[in-house]
Design a protein around this ligand. Sequence first.
Ligand SMILES: CC(C)(COP(=O)(O)OP(=O)(O)OC[C@H]1O[C@@H](n2cnc3c(N)ncnc32)[C@H](O)[C@@H]1OP(=O)(O)O)[C@@H](O)C(=O)NCCC(=O)NCCS
Length: 156
Amino acid sequence: MEVALREVHDSDLPVFFRQMNDPEALRMAAFTAKDPADWHAFDALWKRIRSSDAVARTVLADGDVVGSAAVYGEPGEREVTYWIDRAYWGQGIATAALRDLVAEVPERPLYARAAADNEGSLRVLEKCGFRASERARGYAQARGEEIDEVVLTLEG
Ligand SMILES: CC(C)(COP(=O)(O)OP(=O)(O)OC[C@H]1O[C@@H](n2cnc3c(N)ncnc32)[C@H](O)[C@@H]1OP(=O)(O)O)[C@@H](O)C(=O)NCCC(=O)NCCS
């Protein structure tokens, strides 16, 4: 399967919206929007992301839109985030996409945050060179409770 990143097109947003409303994916990611089913809030967030200095990319697998990946945040505190359509999990797509994204963005360190029980995401980050640097607790919207979170760092 050929994985590639490209700029986000307007027509990708409804696809992301569907992918990011999958109940199993939401539970896994845990730290999600207050109301993921609110299209207007979702659309407004993506407008802000795309007009900021974030590096936002659409993930393609054999030409299909299968997810998104981005680097965002203040200089010195830039974080990565990614989301893959559940139908495509377990095929190395997130790992390939994150590898390409961090190769494209030269800033270091880069940070990532994942729910402590999000084993898939932690493994993707580890495979791309991120190392756990801190543990924290935070309110996870998708779970309705405070949970453990791991902060990871990719050094230069
Ligand atoms: C986490 C996520 C991005 C992983 O995407 P993916 O394309 O399936 O990941 P990959 O196929 O590249 O998997 C990489 C590694 O993680 C492992 N992995 C993936 N999902 C896993 C899971 N649910 N449990 C345990 N390990 C998992 C794979 O086995 C693989 O490890 P290996 O190479 O040692 O075998 C995807 O499940 C997702 O989008 N989840 C919802 C959103 C989310 O959690 N985003 C991250 C927020 S921090």
